[in-house]
Design a protein around this ligand. Structure first.
Ligand code: ZN
Length: 202
């Protein structure tokens, strides 16, 4: 019976359903157009906000997934200065040296060794004026005893080679020859930066 296309009975039943579908599609189209119109009006502000937010999140996520620094992979914070492995040396109150000191004239610009997100620009007792940057593999990069900071703030993005501050003797280095104390922290533990840094002499 269904094979007979000329049967008027099913046709008259299909028609209202078909009209309702057309109407429903039409209403959806009108609503969609209205939404598009509203979004179009708001788009300049929304898209700028969304773009920078999405870009920042994407940068953070890709940063965390990048490999941690490997041997001789990092440019030095002071690329022209001689490097000495001063890791592990005895310090006051039973501490050992959790980083290396790189000496240079007061005010020499200090460069970020990795891309990353600035996590601290501020002071502490031992380090004086310090900058902390979270880099690839979520490794923390600690620059201490600065004379001054570059124009950076927490949550800023930096690239390797960007100037983050200037060599000084702040904190417990007061009165010693100006240098940057550079430390690397992986999962909260200090690792020796010396093997990871490119040596200017080689
Ligand atoms: Zn030091």
């Amino acid at each position: 019976m269904r094979a007979d296309g000329n049967n008027p009975q099913p046709n008259s039943k299909i028609k209202p359903t078909f009209l309702r579908r057309i109407l429903s599609v039409f209403i959806k189209a009108v609503v969609l157009l209205m939404l598009l119109f509203v979004f179009d009006r708001l788009l300049p502000s929304i898209s700028q906000h969304t773009q920078s937010f999405v870009l920042a999140k994407w940068q953070q996520l890709s940063l965390l997934q990048q490999p941690r620094p490997t041997e001789n992979s990092l440019p030095s914070p002071l690329p022209t200065q001689h490097l000495t492995d001063t890791w592990g040396g005895a310090r006051s109150q039973g501490r050992t040296h959790e980083g290396i000191d790189i000496f240079a004239k007061r005010g020499t610009p200090i460069q970020a060794t990795t891309p990353g997100i600035v996590s601290k620009v501020g002071e502490n007792t031992l380090g004086g004026r310090v900058v902390v940057i979270i880099g690839p593999g979520a490794a923390g990069h600690y620059y201490a005893h600065l004379e001054d900071y570059a124009d950076i703030s927490p949550n800023d993005w930096v690239n390797a080679g960007d100037i983050i501050g200037y060599v000084g003797d702040s904190g417990n280095a007061k009165g010693t020859p100006p240098h940057v104390h550079y430390g690397i922290y992986i999962n909260g533990s200090a690792v020796n930066p010396y093997p990871l840094l490119q040596k200017p002499d080689s």
